[in-house]
Write a protein that binds this ligand. Structure first.
Ligand code: WTA
Length: 654
């Protein structure tokens, strides 16, 4: 667990909403009362109010075969129509949907009418390429408007997108394309990162080389004008869009039609394809985006800094904001290029009023110093959100003071790829906020903290975070693996009364409010990105010179956790190369196999790993080493001298 509980328990600062903020807030205390009165009716009301139904639903929830839920089952909707056409038809076609800011400084405003027109054309291209409702389309793009257009075009025709973060390797791309049997890949020649054009298409070519039989075409967006190798299946996005009809009629699809698959790390080596469907998902992302961020679509400029390759980008760059008709910033680059004030320059330029980002970014800015944001006019900011990992009270306070000018409320939002939308958060016009706590379930969500036996822990106690009732945007399964879905999430406390086990530790404070404490399983959280220890371990042992490997997430002041690996090298290689060379090779190998985000911060070359008598690696002890602590209880070790051996062979970190 990555947060020091002692510090949290002493946190006494409280920030009630100001009367001015509360008076104009869209989310009021009435929402809690309505949800408490009749939870299902509450969600049905939200679904009717926030979503347009081609065919209205008559049933709210079918939970007769848990954990397989059906929400608004007999209703029909078109998710893309909800995000586009309806705003144009309501007379808001001229409203800016996207203020696109490219990394090299190019920018482009796209209105709802323009975005709708582009998506219609893209939908016609998909149709022409033979993509049908239900087919899977892989999207591997930088943060450019075409990423949003591609996702919505896929949704518009009732197909299923699988977005793969542009930082993932060819190997990760290949396994995701294969797992979903994608028929089409949408990519770009490249994107801009840290001041340079960086190619994307070669990774697609590499992923498809070999025995892929499902992908028929690759659509390529021209972004960097870089040289690209061309094959018969490749098509330029701009050529295709120019040559199709401009009109496209959006038809309704059943509420439980799959909308997307998004792969995320779990406790095993193989990423899980988390499946989300349409009606319930759109309802909850629209509801939370509106109420948690206090959205006033006519006047607010919203900016979520997440990449569309992650769930935060799906729910709070694409579907939530666009369903609500928001105006938002879409930024291709990184916070520090070409200068460390880039984000604040963007806030000033577009008068951003709502900012949603991750604690790791806030901590990085804290390190750089407040003089950088203070060089820009940030007075437009009136609400700040945080997501991805526990936010420590210091970072929370800095965010509020330095970025929010001591007035903007901070909402810390807890949720997951699996939950689809925000589950725990303050409502900024209602809740008195506490630095470091995500606080309360949003209206209509039921959360509990349980001990290992499934008993409620009570106030002032810690345990496991559990969602006790189904919710509209819940995952509907793991692609192709219903058994794993049941086992991983629903059977922790027995199968008679299935409750959703999130994998997070949590504590209830004296008021019964929730403090998140980090993962309790073998999932790490590095800069708000989920990584699995098992996945990195299997990548390390796949290298010919590795005999065995163990990976832990060690505390890191900036990134929350960092990947630290302990590796046993085969004897012959140890003789040939220095430790520094070996670790450099292995770090590059992990980066190439999974992606740069998974590259270990440190690799320790050791002669043995601590194991139980049944051969299970005791990561807890390695974590002690990685975090420079005194070694904990070693009595369960098969061979108690192992830790002494490890300590004596450790080299200083590179
Ligand atoms: C962690 C990201 C504490 C948590 C939306 C969860 C958080 C995992 C918070 C999901 C938060 C996310 N406070 N921890 N506000 N938000 N987490 O799937 O451990 O990338 O299980 O979804 O991030 O990560 P994922």
């Amino acid at each position: 667990m990555s947060v020091k509980i002692d510090n949290l328990l002493h946190e006494t600062r409280r920030f009630p909403p100001t009367p001015e903020f509360a008076a104009q807030a869209v989310g009021t205390a009435q929402l809690y009362r309505d949800a408490a009165e009749d939870r299902l009716e509450f969600w049905a009301d939200q679904a009717r109010e926030l979503v347009h139904w081609h065919k209205p639903f008559t049933k709210t929830l079918d939970w007769t075969n848990p954990p397989f839920a059906k929400w608004f089952e007999d209703g029909e909707l078109n998710v893309a129509w909800n995000c586009l056409d309806r705003h144009v038809l309501a007379g808001n076609g001229d409203r800016v949907a996207l203020h696109f800011e490219g990394e090299p400084g190019d920018s482009r405003d796209i209105t709802y009418a323009e975005l709708t027109a582009e998506v219609k054309r893209a939908a016609n291209v998909l149709g022409r390429l033979g993509v049908n409702a239900g087919d899977r389309v892989a999207i591997y793009l930088p943060m450019i408007p075409e990423a949003v257009i591609a996702m919505l075009a896929v949704a518009r025709i009732g197909a299923v997108h699988s977005v793969i973060f542009g930082g993932f390797s060819a190997e990760s791309l290949r396994s995701r394309i294969d797992d979903a049997n994608a028929v089409l890949v949408i990519t770009a020649d490249g994107g801009y990162r840290k001041g340079k054009a960086s190619a994307l298409k070669p990774a697609v070519d590499e992923a498809l080389a070999g025995n892929n039989t499902t992908v028929r075409n690759v659509l390529v967006v021209k972004r960097t004008n870089g040289e690209v190798d061309w094959t018969e299946r490749d098509l330029w996005w701009h050529d295709e869009l120019a040559s199709v009809d401009a009109e496209h009629e959006a038809v309704g699809f059943p509420a439980e039609n799959p909308l997307f698959i998004l792969y995320t790390s779990g406790t095993t080596g193989k990423p899980k394809g988390i499946l989300h469907t349409s009606g319930g998902y759109l309802t909850q992302v629209a509801f939370t985006h509106k109420n948690v961020f206090d959205l006033h679509p006519e006047t607010d400029v919203y900016w979520c800094t997440a990449d569309v390759g992650w769930i935060t980008g799906h729910s709070y760059v694409v579907y939530g904001p666009l369903a609500n008709g928001a105006t938002q910033v879409l930024f291709e680059g990184t916070p520090d290029t070409p200068h460390p004030g880039r984000w604040w320059e963007i806030v000033e330029k577009y008068k951003v009023s709502i900012l949603y980002t991750a604690p790791t970014a806030i901590r990085t800015f804290m390190k750089l110093g407040r003089q950088i944001p203070q060089g820009f006019n940030l007075t437009s900011l009136r609400l700040l959100g945080s997501v991805g990992e526990p936010i420590n009270p210091e970072a929370w306070m800095w965010y509020r003071e330095v970025i929010g000018g001591n007035v903007a409320p901070v909402v810390d939002t807890w949720w997951q790829t699996e939950t689809g939308a925000i589950m725990i958060s303050a409502l900024p016009g209602v809740t008195t906020t506490k630095p470091g706590s995500a606080q309360v379930p949003i209206p209509g969500i039921v959360i509990d903290v349980l001990d290992d036996e499934g008993n409620h822990v009570g106030r002032d106690n810690g345990g496991l975070l559990v969602v006790t009732e189904p919710w509209p945007s819940m995952l509907r399964g793991i692609w192709g693996d219903p058994e794993r879905f049941k086992e991983t999430y629903w059977e922790k406390f027995g199968s008679e009364n299935p409750r959703y086990f999130a994998g997070d530790g949590a504590r209830l404070d004296r008021d019964g409010e929730i403090w998140l404490l980090g993962r309790v399983d073998d999932v790490m959280n590095v800069s708000g990105h989920r990584l699995s220890t098992a996945e990195i371990e299997s990548s390390l042992v796949a290298h010919p010179m590795t005999a065995e490997a163990a990976v832990v997430g060690a505390h890191d002041d900036t990134t929350g956790q960092a990947v630290v690996a302990f590796v046993i090298i085969k004897y012959s290689h140890l003789e040939e190369s220095s430790h520094a060379d070996l670790t450099a090779v292995l770090r590059a190998h992990v980066s190439q196999q999974i992606g740069a985000i998974a590259r270990p911060r440190q690799i320790f070359i050791v002669s043995e790993l601590p194991k139980t008598r049944s051969g299970k690696i005791i990561r807890r002890l390695l974590q002690d080493v990685a975090e420079g602590r005194e070694i904990g209880d070693t009595t369960t070790l098969a061979d108690t001298s192992v830790m002494t051996a490890i300590m004596s062979t450790l080299k200083q970190p590179p």
